[in-house]
Design a protein around this ligand. Structure first.
Ligand code: CU
Length: 211
């Protein structure tokens, strides 16, 4: 009897053992994915941060001047300087003129930088690269070299600063560098063609780019 029980116990033990779940199989290694792509390149090391260079300062604005001298024929004593500085939308013009007759005077850029003639006729007509009709600077049609009038006080001095649009101090067709600058005896009526009935040329200067 004892022997039988032992065998039974053994058998039970065996059956217990065999009923326990088999040890979990190890996870299969992932299949290597077939790919024709080359293996990824080793990451290049990030470049050393370059110290940002100071941005180059903007070039100084182009400038030019015209030194006026009286014309011989007019026997005027008109002198002065006109300074030009290129700005975003044109050229800023600053005039300091002396020995004018009190009142209004026409002043223009003329097409040639030649003041050699006694009446400055050598400076040619108005600088007018666009072929526009003569008119006031803010009129729809006007010469690029036209600045309206300059008003001299009783002391004969005239100063004026304003921006003339549509001209440059560069090397393009609208540049006034190398042109003539003329002050006239009379007022520009801003309508007579082609030059505003402005009378004699009393002073002339050549617009020269500043070095
Ligand atoms: Cu003129």
């Amino acid at each position: 009897m004892k022997h039988t029980l032992f065998v039974l116990a053994l058998a039970l033990g065996c059956s217990k053992k065999s009923s326990s779940p088999p040890p979990a199989a190890p996870e299969p290694a992932p299949e290597p994915t077939a790919s024709t792509e080359p293996p990824p390149a080793a990451p290049t090391p990030a470049p050393e941060p370059v110290k940002a260079e100071e941005p180059a300062p903007p070039p100084p604005p182009k400038t030019a001047t015209a030194t006026l001298a009286p014309t011989k024929k007019s026997k005027s004593k008109v002198t002065g300087t006109i300074s030009f500085k290129e700005v975003a939308d044109g050229v800023e013009v600053t005039a300091n003129i002396e020995n004018l007759k009190a009142g209004d005077h026409a002043w223009h850029v003329h097409e040639k930088g030649d003041c050699s003639a006694a009446d400055a006729a050598s400076a040619g007509e108005h600088f007018n690269p666009a072929g526009a009709a003569h008119g006031a600077p803010d009129a729809p049609a006007h010469h690029a070299g036209h600045y309206g009038n300059l008003t001299a006080g009783k002391d004969g001095k005239a100063t004026k600063t304003f921006v003339m649009k549509g001209i440059t101090l560069g090397d393009d067709a609208n540049s006034i560098v190398g042109k003539g600058f003329i002050v006239h005896a009379k007022k520009d009526d801003l309508k007579s063609q082609p030059a505003g009935n402005a009378g004699d040329r009393v002073a002339c200067g050549v617009i020269e780019r500043a070095p």
